[in-house]
Ligand binder design. Sequence first.
Ligand code: MRU
Length: 369
Amino acid sequence: MSKKKGSTPVTSAKAAVSGQALSSLVWKGDRLSMLDQRLLPETIVMLDLFTAEEVWDGIHAMKVRGAPAIGMAAAYGVVLGASAYDGTDAAGWLEHVHGVCGHLATSRPTAVNLFWALDRMKKRAGEVIAEAGGGQVEDWNAGLEHEAVAIQAEDEEVCRQIGVHALPLFEDGMGVLTHCNAGGLATAKYGTALAPMYLAQENGIHLKVFADETRPVLQGARLTAFELQQAGIDVTLLCDNMAGMVMSKGWVQAVIVGTDRVAANGDVANKIGTYSLAVLAKAHGIPFYVASPLSTIDLQTATGADIPIEERSAEEITESFGKRTAPQGIKVYNPAFDITPHEYITAIITEKGIVQAPFSDSLTALFAD
Ligand code: MRU
């Protein structure tokens, strides 16, 4: 692998090629090509990242976002970081890799996929040294690269399986509301919450999707509305505060969202506003589904109260739509995620099937074999 440093925006184009799905992350062998999601839907820019530090910044600044994509990016960050090791001994290399992982772990706190992917890379680092029977730095780096590529390939299949399991819950003509972006842009392909929508389309089932715009970063408006529209799926954009109205009209038969971390008791962390939707869904007798890969289920975290919630800058709220939208000096509270208590969740849909309450038992059972 080359050790070239620096980052170059390589592509800039107005509007997407219609119908062509964008990949958030493309591994190029010596660099990670990362779609700058902050610029969507107006502009498509793929950034060339050559260092772990650049990947750290990509995650922290939300150039890449969405729990599985954050994990995948971090895995490639480890590969890039490992390639910067200039020693030759195994112990030094392993210590270096652990240091890279420790730094990447500070990029964002809530999505457990970040820590899941870093743990997997650390485990693989230990294994490749043993497997190579000593070997050389190049062999160990190649082992890490193989693991990162595998994480991304597996994610595509995991998301498809979530879609396969979820699809029977959705009938032709149903209205389905989603929040934030848990789609192809947040994963290797298909998404988690959006996977059943793509599979419904493949199967000739027409769903009418309502996408919350998702204040303050507008992942629903900028990303979900964009990728579903590009795919030719029927999608209607709503302001977040319209969900109750739309439900009361009888237009929504199911809510489905993604998640950044599922606690052992079934409490779910997801984009701020998810909890309000779950309460609204319950009030209207609408099922509330959470789509989650096993890599997002954290049995080490007992309840939602134990999940670290990221707080982001005040400017995300006070400088909306390209201008100042609140008085100077105003106090701001900007949690990026909230916790939906498990009582509000009808079912959690995973690649291994659908689980329901009591979640402490059903989630544990998913990891039994
Ligand atoms: O702050 P973000 O954009 O990273 O938040 C993303 C979400 O909340 C998604 O719903 C979640 O990560 C699941 S993505 C399959």
